[in-house]
Write a protein that binds this ligand. Structure first.
Ligand code: 5AD
Ligand code: SF4
Length: 466
């Protein structure tokens, strides 16, 4: 769960001493795409004069930005709305109005159902329409509203300037997916693949950098299928887009997520060798190591095709850190098929990974299947897979101890006098340094790995101590 703190996105302050200032609380679940959308919704509300609040009790507008990819997503939304209903009634007794907005992929998939089942909800808005939030909120005083259209207009043209600030920022470059993996709701909730133009993305990136962002992660459900209009009007590839962003003064790092193996184009692989801003880290979901399961999942590649691809990427960038997504217990998965996944993981070696038990999503082809793997078997397979993945992650982090790495300092650390940042391989590092180093890259010697974090010291400090 991620919280979009609209306060950090600079919700506009009212006149000093004003206690009539409207407040918005935005809560986001799920992927980076949702975190980005939540921040942009906070921007939309901020432009309407709503200050951000982290306390739901004082919010005049509550937005739940829902995710549909995890199990029982809709049920979780209904129970959250149940809690908000009580709050709304309490505030009403005090003469305060509260608007409840359900946004995101559950809103898209279950819009009418949400209105029918939860009278406390005022607005249901899908991921493509949230630029219309102010109108929808105004309209909701007359009637409850649902907007889950895939509008022709581009929501990005209607969003206010970005206010979200920090050292790292997400930037949506592509939305939707045409792949239709048999288990996945995304093609239904987020719709077909659409890419933004290079010019629009560059303008947003420049605004982020002007606001202090030093590392941008380009995001999209299928980001490496990016094909937005370039300067000459012809489609640009993701590698071309990253070249165009590489010339923004002050931008220090680029990353992208999430990718499909079949869209790892030659120029994107080459970018991992040639683009100095692109970090040596790649999240490339494989889902399974069994060719039969991959085919049943409609992934359209084999385990060996993935292995060959990884070999080419490693040739281009030998130190690349790999990450992936896995699903265990897809309908019909046998024990030897699961072991194929274990073999693939053992062969490739991942620096980090996400792994899930399969669970059916209504409306997807896999949900129709009747050869479900028993829950206990899924649990046992997931534990085995996670055991291996955890061991690989720890070994990878441990191998960094003793090295000097570039750390982009993002924020103050856990203890006074400490700051925290990330290595090129996306590992979290804590070290002693003044807060004035936030936003800069420091050379750091890693001295210890513990409780999922690396601890280091500035190389200049280390030399002084020697
Ligand atoms: N069951 C389990 N995991 C799923 N994912 C997507 N749909 C399902 C599902 N029905 C996982 C995939 C995907 C990640 C974002 O979520 O591994 O890559
Ligand atoms: Fe879902 Fe990713 Fe497959 Fe698209 S490529 S259908 S987003 S799992």
């Amino acid at each position: 769960m991620l919280q979009a703190r609209a306060s950090s996105s600079g919700g506009r302050r009212g006149p000093p001493g004003s206690d009539t200032l409207k407040k918005a609380f935005v809560k986001s679940y799920g992927c980076q795409m949702n975190a980005y959308d939540a921040a942009r919704m906070a921007d939309v509300l901020g432009a309407q004069g709503y200050a951000a609040t982290e306390s739901v009790e004082e919010a005049d507008v509550v937005v739940l930005n829902t995710c549909h990819i995890r199990e029982k997503a809709a049920e979780k939304v209904f129970s959250e709305v149940g809690r908000l209903r009580v709050l709304k009634a309490e505030r009403a007794q005090a003469g305060l109005d509260t608007r409840i907005v359900v946004a995101g992929c559950v809103a898209q998939a279950e819009g009418r159902e949400i209105l029918a089942r939860t009278p406390a909800v005022d607005v249901v808005v899908g991921p493509q329409s949230y630029h219309r939030l102010p109108e929808l909120l105004a309209e909701s005083h007359k009637r409850r509203v649902v907007d889950t259209e895939f509008p022709i207009e581009d929501k990005f043209d209607h969003l206010p300037a970005r206010r979200t600030q920090g050292v790292t920022g997400f930037l949506t470059v592509q939305e939707g997916c045409d792949k239709f993996c048999a288990f996945c709701v995304v093609p239904y909730t987020r719709g077909a693949e659409v890419s933004r133009s290079v010019a629009a993305i560059r303008a947003e990136a420049e605004a982020l950098v002007a606001g202090g962002v030093r590392e941008i992660t380009l995001i999209g459900q299928n980001v490496n299928a990016y094909h937005g209009a370039g300067g000459d009007g012809a489609p640009a590839s993701l590698a071309g887009l990253m070249d165009a962003l590489g010339t923004i003064p002050g931008l220090l790092r680029l990353r992208y997520t999430t990718s499909h193996p079949n869209d790892m184009a030659d120029d994107l692989i080459a970018a991992h060798a040639d683009n100095p801003l692109l970090m040596p880290y790649l999240h490339l979901p494989v889902q399974s190591g069994s060719d039969r399961v991959l085919q049943a999942m409609n992934r359209r590649h084999t385990g060996d095709a993935y292995r060959r691809l990884i070999a080419r990427i490693r040739e281009a960038r030998p130190d690349i850190a790999l990450s992936s997504d896995f699903i265990v217990g897809f309908p019909g998965e046998t024990e030897p098929e699961f072991e194929e996944t274990m073999r693939l993981v053992a062969e490739i070696g991942f620096a980090s990974a996400f792994s899930f038990k399969y669970s059916p999503r209504p409306g997807t082809p896999a949900a129709e299947r009747e050869d479900a793997v028993p829950e206990a078997v899924k649990t046992e397979r997931l534990a085995r897979l996670q055991g291996l993945l955890d061991a690989q992650r720890h070994a990878f982090n441990q191998s960094t101890v003793g090295q000097v790495v570039d750390v982009l300092i993002e924020k103050t650390g856990r203890h006074p006098g400490q700051v925290a940042g990330k290595t090129p391989h996306l590992q979290a590092v804590q070290l002693d340094a003044p807060a004035s180093t936030i936003g800069t890259i420091l050379a750091v010697r890693i001295v210890r790995y513990g409780s999922n974090s690396l601890f280091g010291e500035r190389v200049a400090d280390a030399a002084a101590a020697a």
